[in-house]
Design a protein around this ligand. Structure first.
Ligand SMILES: [Zn+2]
Length: 439
């Protein structure tokens, strides 16, 4: 249950408008909200006190585009289209609620351990996935893998059913959006229907867009124009739409995203893994677009660690443009924390009174954060984005609840989750093999 919690003696990285960092500061949580953030000490008054000496307290990271992974690192040495056809689609067709449930718990628990407080997950069997998120305590926005009927994935009716069953569950921790897998598995009619459904339900959209040159070529063949042009014409784009990847954008497409205030989920490590390209981040930022970061999929990336994603976001820009001034740590940190929450409509992403209490505690007593100049904000931010990995996270609070405390989950038996996720992976592989023998 939520309670009054005081984190004291902390290095408080607020990420507020003024970008305040309090060395030796205090954060007070009451219920699901932050009540107070101060450079001073606060009397305990019966609250639960966490001594955060030598710890950073900061907003949780948001995984702005991801997929639960049933088969992490499995069958993953193929080009994107071949990989999707030979492994990913057959695997997600072979899911049932139970296998999706344990896969989601395994995936989300890795995310929590790496300091993620909210995920934007496009996947199947979403009632079960929502139950996993509810049990674990993570914040999850879910969208189905919707495609035209012949692909035997999800339909808009599936998505609507999940919305009506789960949107707003767990004190609002669970959200449901309308998903569209991507243009090669869609039609203009489906895209228009998806927008109509999102408007009817009063929710947003989640889609893959321009994630490879191959996707652009297919769009030109199928629709006679580039991906963002098709999405624009069919009404998909908008401030309530999160478009993942957006790598190969023409200037015209960039202008369409800007005109519609579409959110972009930048997935640099996934794009690097797939040899897909480097998104035009400086141009996206110059256009004033809200860009968050995502790991995409541990099946095509092998890790849910958003610290790793932050480092990729910084370094890929530098090496591709031959400009070490790009990808500065404070900008990357804001993309991971503030922009992700903003795009998902979550009232979090900075430590300020009144905001949702989604925050993490990081132990600096390790080689990762050594040396650390006392009182140096720049040093701290550079360590967070370029030196750290997810193992620095000690405690995670979501919606005012301690879901991971001193590196232990409070809500799940971690050994059971790993054991069951392994069993479910083998079951799905066996089902896939059986159906390919029949087919
Ligand atoms: Zn994806």
């Amino acid at each position: 249950m939520s309670e009054r919690i005081i984190l004291r003696n902390a290095i408080v990285v607020t990420l507020n408008e003024a970008d305040d960092v309090h060395f030796g500061g205090t954060v007070v949580i009451e219920g699901d909200r932050i009540a107070q953030v101060t450079a001073d000490a606060v009397p305990a008054d019966g609250a639960r006190v966490i001594d955060a000496t030598d710890r950073i307290v900061m907003p949780g990271l948001v995984d702005f585009h991801c997929h639960t992974a049933i088969g992490k690192s499995w069958g993953s040495n193929l080009p994107l289209l071949e990989y999707l056809q030979s492994w990913w689609y057959p695997a997600v067709r072979a899911l049932d609620p139970e296998t999706a449930y344990w896969a989601a718990l395994a995936t989300y628990s890795e995310s929590i351990k790496c300091g993620v407080t909210a995920v934007n997950d496009m996947y199947r069997q979403l009632e079960a996935v929502a139950e996993a998120a509810e049990r674990l305590g993570i914040r999850a926005v879910l969208a189905n893998v919707v495609a035209t009927d012949e692909h035997n994935l999800d339909t808009l009716a599936d998505n609507e059913r999940v919305f009506r069953a789960k949107n707003g569950a767990a004190n609002g921790r669970i959200g449901v959006r309308v998903g569209i897998e991507w243009l090669p598995l869609a039609s203009e009619e489906l895209l228009r229907d998806a927008r109509a459904l999102a408007d009817e339900l009063g929710t947003g959209l989640h889609i893959h867009l321009s994630e490879s040159l191959g996707a652009v070529e297919i769009s030109k063949e199928m629709y006679g124009r580039r991906p963002a042009e098709v999405a624009y014409d069919c009404g998909i784009l908008g401030p309530d739409c999160i478009a993942a990847h957006c790598i190969w954008l023409s200037d015209v497409e960039l202008a369409l995203l800007r005109e519609t205030h579409t959110n972009v989920a930048h997935c640099p490590s996934s794009a690097a893994w797939g040899g897909a390209g480097v998104a035009r981040l400086p141009e996206l930022a110059a256009a004033g677009l809200n860009v968050g970061l995502g790991h995409d999929s541990a099946e095509g990336n092998n890790s849910c660690d958003m610290f790793e994603v932050m480092k990729f976001a910084s370094l890929l820009q530098r090496v591709s443009r031959l400009d070490p001034n790009l990808g500065q740590a404070p900008d990357v940190l804001r993309m991971a924390c503030r922009n992700g929450n903003r795009g998902l409509g979550i009232d979090a992403g900075e430590l300020s009174p009144g905001k949702k209490a989604d925050l993490i505690v990081i132990d600096t007593r390790s080689q990762m954060f050594t040396p650390l100049m006392p009182g140096s904000k720049d040093h701290l931010f550079a360590h967070l984005v370029l030196a750290a990995n997810g193992s620095c996270v000690e405690t995670v609070i979501v919606d005012g609840n301690l879901v991971y405390e001193n590196r232990e989950f409070t809500t799940i038996d971690e050994d059971e989750v790993l054991r069951e996720a392994n069993r479910c992976f083998r079951e799905v592989v066996a089902r896939m093999e059986a159906s390919s023998r029949l087919g």
